[in-house]
Design a protein around this ligand. Structure first.
Ligand SMILES: [Zn+2]
Length: 233
């Protein structure tokens, strides 16, 4: 691992390059068994950002076989993957975003792999929460609420929301009760979660950043005019 690779820390969201803060170990099931030889690979990565330095632990189980020439195992198909620390891919969002939105989002991420149905249900509710809070739309069916913000959002954002709305079962059930649990594939839940992350960034975080930038301009402006006054001009 001399080259290093790009990586985004799930704790601090920084884009960093990992060179020497990664350690990998593996354990192999050698005993004859019904499912064949398996190898478990554990990977620790420590974030090189000095303000973070938190570790991430990822575990992967592979089918494996003895390497023809070397002493180590040859890894075959990936059987299962567990993200142990932190427990999901949920990103950390600032606390000016409404708490119920963050809770639904975080939990949807946490259960995405094992319970995609429940994850998608939470993600739909989260999407509705965002649209209602941010755009103050009249509460109704999610599909109508999405329609109601068509003229308020930029085209590309609305196209993305609309694209997710059209996907498989999620789309079909946006027109019905939001709390209904429906069959979905893990990647459908993932798609909804990605959309939520994009909207949180584009709407809440952008609005807050803009507010901060404009406020600092106002502050500088008013300081300058005070200086002018005290100088008697
Ligand atoms: Zn970090």
């Amino acid at each position: 691992m001399a080259e290093g690779f790009n990586w985004t820390c799930p704790h601090c969201q920084r884009h960093v390059t990992i060179t020497d803060t990664i350690s990998r170990n593996q354990a192999t099931l050698y005993h004859k068994n019904a499912d064949g030889r398996h190898t478990l690979v554990t990977t620790f990565i420590v974030c090189p950002n000095p303000e973070c330095e938190k570790y991430t632990l990822d575990v992967k189980l592979y089918q494996s076989e003895q390497h023809a020439t070397q002493m180590k195992e040859a890894l075959k198909e990936l059987v299962k993957r567990w993200r142990l620390v932190p427990p999901s891919n949920a990103k950390v969002f600032p606390d000016y975003i409404p708490k119920p939105v963050i809770e639904d989002y975080t939990e949807a991420c946490l259960i995405k792999e094992n319970s995609p149905k429940a994850s998608a249900t939470l993600a739909r509710r989260c999407l509705q929460g965002i649209i209602r809070d941010y755009w103050s739309v009249k509460p109704g069916r999610l599909v109508d609420e999405i329609e109601a913000i068509k003229d308020k959002t930029d085209n590309l954002t609305w196209d993305a929301i609309d694209a997710v709305r059209k996907v498989g079962n999620i789309g079909a059930h946006m027109e019905k009760d939001i709390n209904l649990i429906v069959d979905v594939e893990p990647n459908e839940a993932e798609l909804l979660i990605n959309l939520i992350e994009t909207l949180l960034n584009d709407w809440y975080i952008n609005r807050e950043e803009r507010k901060k930038r404009l406020q600092s301009i106002v502050n500088i402006g008013s300081k300058k005019s005070e200086v002018k006054k005290t100088n008697g001009s």
